[in-house]
Design a binder for this molecule. Structure first.
Ligand SMILES: [Ca+2]
Length: 141
C-alpha cells in the first residue's frame, strides 16, 4: 500500500508513450478477458469498471443509482468501446477508448495533482502512468 501523486501531465505523457501505453493497456485487456477469447464481453467490461471503481470515482456517478440505471450506464459505456457494434470489444477498440478516457481524465486534472492510494499488485493504468514518470525522474539525466 502506498500513495502516488498524479496530474494531467503524468497521465498525458503515459498516453503519448506508445510503447508503455500499449503494453499497459494490453496487460489490462488480458486481465479483463476472463474467458480468454480475445475480446471483452459486456459483462467482462462491466466487471472491469466495477472492480476499478473508475465509474463512480471519475465520472461523478452516484453509487446509489437504481440498478436499471446502472445497467443503462454500463450499456452506454459498452457502446462507446464497441465502435463497430459487434457486441464485443476487441483489443484495438479497447486501446482507443482507454486513450480517450485517460486524455479526458488528464484534461480534468490539469495541473492539480490528485493523490491515489495504491494496493499491492494494482493494475490500474493511472498507477502505470505514475510509475512511468517516476522511472524517468529516477534516471540520471
Ligand atoms: Ca472475453
Amino acid at each position: 500500500m502506498g500513495v502516488v501523486m498524479i496530474d494531467g501531465t503524468t497521465v498525458r505523457s503515459f498516453v503519448n508513450d506508445e510503447e508503455h501505453f500499449v503494453k499497459g493497456v494490453d496487460e489490462a485487456f488480458a486481465a479483463l478477458d476472463l474467458n480468454q477469447d480475445g475480446v471483452l464481453s459486456r459483462s467482462e467490461l462491466r466487471h472491469a469498471f466495477e472492480s476499478t471503481r473508475l465509474v463512480d470515482t471519475d465520472f461523478g456517478v452516484d453509487v446509489a443509482m437504481p440498478p436499471e440505471d446502472v445497467t443503462k450506464l454500463y450499456d452506454s459505456i459498452f457502446a462507446r468501446f464497441d465502435c463497430d457494434n459487434s457486441g464485443t470489444v476487441d483489443q484495438k477498440e479497447f486501446r482507443d477508448e482507454i486513450r480517450n478516457i485517460l486524455l479526458a481524465i488528464a484534461d480534468g486534472l490539469g495541473s492539480n495533482p490528485i493523490q491515489m492510494a495504491l494496493e499491492e499488485g494494482d493494475r490500474n493504468l493511472l498507477k502505470k502512468a505514475a510509475d512511468l514518470e517516476a522511472s524517468k525522474i529516477a534516471k540520471p539525466n
